[in-house]
Design a protein around this ligand. Structure first.
Ligand SMILES: C[S@@+](CC[C@H](N)C(=O)[O-])C[C@H]1O[C@@H](n2cnc3c(N)ncnc32)[C@H](O)[C@@H]1O
Length: 180
């Protein structure tokens, strides 16, 4: 029987990756809603932090890889702590810094779904995120990118849309994102 219970450890820390951001339960709920299609899929979570969506995907019998910036060992440790708290010992945690073509990214296996919860929070990172996602998608063109972001200011057509245009993406705003 599938269980939706996920245990996460939260640490009071200035780093963004140490909290469950509101986008995270929204994406986790979306994953749970689509759980029937996840069994046997390979899923990578980027900028995972406390990793709630990835943990829920693993509990839905997907093969999950968690990642956060290689420059934030504390966040990578946080990903590992979430796996441990949920008795998921076989989940690899890899350091992937958006926009950097490191061996970890180059050697990454093709994935079916990329998860990104609240990665689009600083416009300076948008192009790096899209570059990384586009590179992973090139390995398997059917790869989907499921992401949630928070509207922290009134949304106009802006920088994220221009970056997406440049890399052939179309930003498709779902209902659930708008409820955050
Ligand atoms: C706002 S937090 C979101 C964390 C988690 N996904 C959530 O929704 O609760 C942004 C995450 O992106 C990670 N991050 C920030 N800059 C990054 C970069 N350049 N490359 C990869 N990850 C990065 C942070 O460490 C953090 O875990």
């Amino acid at each position: 029987m599938l269980t939706s219970l996920a245990i996460l450890t939260l640490v009071l820390d200035g780093n963004y990756g140490m909290y469950v951001w509101p986008c995270s339960p929204v994406l986790a709920q979306y994953i749970w809603y689509h759980r029937a299609s996840l069994k046997g899929k390979t899923i990578l979570e980027i900028g995972a932090g406390t990793s709630l969506p990835g943990i829920v995907a693993a509990k839905c019998e997907a093969t999950v890889i968690l990642s956060d910036s290689s420059e934030y060992p504390q966040c990578l440790a946080d990903c590992a702590a979430s796996c441990e708290a949920n008795n998921l010992s076989n989940i690899p945690v890899v350091g992937i810094k958006w926009g950097q073509f490191t061996p970890e990214l180059l050697n990454l296996q093709p994935v079916d779904i990329i998860l990104g919860s609240d990665c689009f929070f600083d416009t300076k990172d948008f192009e790096d995120i899209i570059v990384t996602v586009a590179f992973i998608m090139k390995k398997r063109p059917s790869t989907e990118f499921w992401c949630t972001y928070q509207e922290r200011r009134k949304r106009k057509r802006g920088k994220a849309d221009e970056k997406n245009d440049n890399y052939g993406f179309k930003l498709n705003l779902g209902q659930m994102c708008n409820t955050v």
